[in-house]
Design a protein around this ligand. Structure first.
Ligand SMILES: Cc1cc2nc3c(=O)[nH]c(=O)nc-3n(C[C@H](O)[C@H](O)[C@H](O)COP(=O)(O)OP(=O)(O)OC[C@H]3O[C@@H](n4cnc5c(N)ncnc54)[C@H](O)[C@@H]3O)c2cc1C
Length: 509
């Protein structure tokens, strides 16, 4: 321990991003250089929120997705307050005020307040966005309490109504239907993912969802709830008078960063809390923000590193990177002059994670395949609606600009790698579709690139996983423990497994 007094670091919010920050800060905690207080409004310590729906359908348990051990932190001298809310930041006195009226002083304050579900305006729902008191039989899909509500219906194979045709709603719908629940998805567009997918892909996706037992009510505008005498949800009312009945309504209408604490303290916010390249709040050198609540906006207009404003993505990967960078800079005590957090902005890729349905959408795939393009744009299209497969590749001068792939998992994975690397597609685009044929995997080329990102949540490359196998990791769990690959959504577990298998394959004599 150094001779100077311990620095008081207070973390508000105890979600997965705060947990990663605290993990990396541990050496300073152990040495006594830092005195840590973490305050989370949920009754549980941090858990992997990405897997909340999996808990809800009974595929995993709360203990299996725990990310932090409060008893261990307490044994290291940290103060861990669970089920406790921070009401106000007093910047002048450098202290925070808790809901119970007590205060905690800070030298550095880290806001990791995350995001909250958007509660739509529906007759019969409390519209207060900060303190939504949802009626019985209505839940969002954000925390373990929501997972318990989902579990109680899935367990008895009841009726679920999911409002929202975005990726999280669809993943929950598919998982619940696979586990035996009767599921109806109610959404605005002509098909789910309507804001991102093209027409052909959307139609194939819709029919694939139906064939997985998910009922779709498309082009629908929900206006209110019906309830029984006890006030519990019985049906969703649409603007044309139709009722969609169920035992549980799951609201899956997007999320909004939780910025009210920062806003109340006079800190600048946009869609998230504005922070600079040191992840410091604008105009306050003692306050930082990371994760779903943070928006990185450079304060230097001519900054060479700056990739522009990075509004909260609602994805765990950037939050974990921010948490690691910030904690490392705290451990090092100073942010070295010129050192900046620069977000490696991956192009947006939307992947549907389900056991029996694969879909991926990336970039801009809206180009008309039949139009004449004079800017080098070409569109290749494949559709087999009966088999539930569809692929659209939009290239400019041979380089992928956008793609849609449904029901072709290997082609989809390969196209994502090609899209991210900016590589030129083979002239014969149909060779990519053959990856999903019998001997397809062997002909994959860019998937052997060591720089290719395998785990998007933790940002781990194929090369790092191969290296872990070289030093002896022989299971997904061991690779995860060594590299953090596979610790987020888990969608890359089969890729990690196949890299390990390739490494341990006996070489022919
Ligand atoms: C069902 C589901 C599936 C998802 N799937 C994926 C996926 O496949 N891939 C992906 O990248 N991301 C996914 N996400 C998003 C991912 O979970 C989030 O990006 C991640 O949780 C962000 O972590 P965070 O710690 O910044 O915020 P959060 O997880 O929101 O945690 C913030 C915590 O702070 C607490 N808090 C807020 N304000 C206060 C206060 N004033 N006082 C005390 N505590 C406070 C909150 O209660 C919460 O516990 C998914 C999310 C959900 C819900």
């Amino acid at each position: 321990m150094s001779s100077r007094p311990a620095e008081r670091v207070v973390v508000v919010g105890f979600g997965p991003v705060a947990a990663r920050f605290i993990d990396v800060l541990e050496p300073s905690l152990a040495s006594g250089d830092v005195q840590l207080t973490v305050i989370g409004s949920e009754p549980e310590a941090a858990y992997n929120r990405v897997l909340v729906a999996d808990v809800g359908v009974g595929r995993t348990s709360p203990s299996a997705i725990a990310l932090s051990d409060p008893a261990r932190l307490a044994s290291m001298g940290a103060e861990v307050l669970l089920g406790a809310g921070v009401r106000r930041i007093d910047r002048a006195r450098q202290q925070i005020l808790l809901d119970d009226g007590t205060v905690r002083p800070y030298d550095r304050l880290v806001l990791a307040t995350g995001a909250r579900p958007v509660i739509p305006y529906l007759a019969g729902l409390n519209p207060d966005p900060l303190h939504p008191a949802l009626p019985a039989g209505v839940t969002a899909l954000r925390d373990l309490a929501d997972a318990r509500a989902l579990r109680s219906v899935v367990e008895r194979r009841g009726d679920l109504v999911i409002l929202g045709g975005g990726i999280l709603g669809l993943e929950a719908a598919l998982a619940a239907a696979e586990e035996g629940a009767r599921v109806t998805v109610v959404h605005h567009g002509d098909y789910p993912l309507a804001r991102t997918i093209d027409d052909g892909g959307g139609r194939v996706l819709a029919s694939a969802l139906r064939s997985q037992g998910v009922r779709l009510v498309s082009g629908a505008k929900a206006v209110g709830l019906e309830h029984d005498d006890a006030g519990a949800f019985t049906a969703l009312r649409l603007d044309d008078g139709r009722l969609v009945s169920g035992d549980l309504l799951v609201l899956s209408c997007g999320v909004r960063p939780r910025v009210e604490l920062a806003e109340g303290a006079g800190l600048p916010v946009a869609s998230g809390i504005l922070v600079d390249h040191s992840l410091r709040a604008h105009h306050d050198e003692y306050i930082y923000a990371i994760g779903d609540c943070a928006e990185v906006r450079c304060t230097f207009p001519d900054c060479a590193d700056c990739q522009g404003d990075t509004a909260p993505s609602g994805l765990i990967g950037p939050g974990w990177k921010q948490a690691e960078w910030l904690a490392e800079s705290f451990v090092a005590d100073v942010v070295p002059t010129g050192s900046r957090y620069v977000e490696a902005v991956l192009p947006p890729v939307l992947m549907l994670k389900a056991r029996r349905l694969d879909a991926v959408v990336a970039g801009d795939a809206s180009a008309d395949p039949w139009a004449a393009h004079d800017d080098g744009t070409a569109v290749a299209l494949w559709a087999d609606p009966q088999q539930g497969s569809y692929a659209k590749m939009v290239t400019r001068n041979g380089v992928l600009q956008g793609l849609v792939c449904v029901g072709l998992p290997r082609a989809g994975a390969e196209l994502v790698l090609l899209f991210e690397s900016g590589a030129v597609l083979p002239a014969d685009r149909s060779s990519l579709l053959r990856l999903d044929g019998a001997e397809g995997a062997a002909s994959s080329s860019s998937s052997s690139n060591p720089a290719a990102i395998v785990c998007r949540c933790a940002g781990v490359s194929r090369g790092s996983i191969e290296q872990a196998a070289v030093v002896g990791c022989s299971s997904v769990a061991e690779v995860s423990a060594s590299t953090r690959a596979g610790t987020g959504c888990g969608g890359c577990h089969s890729d990690i497994r196949s890299i390990i298998e390739q490494h341990f394959q006996p070489t022919p004599a």
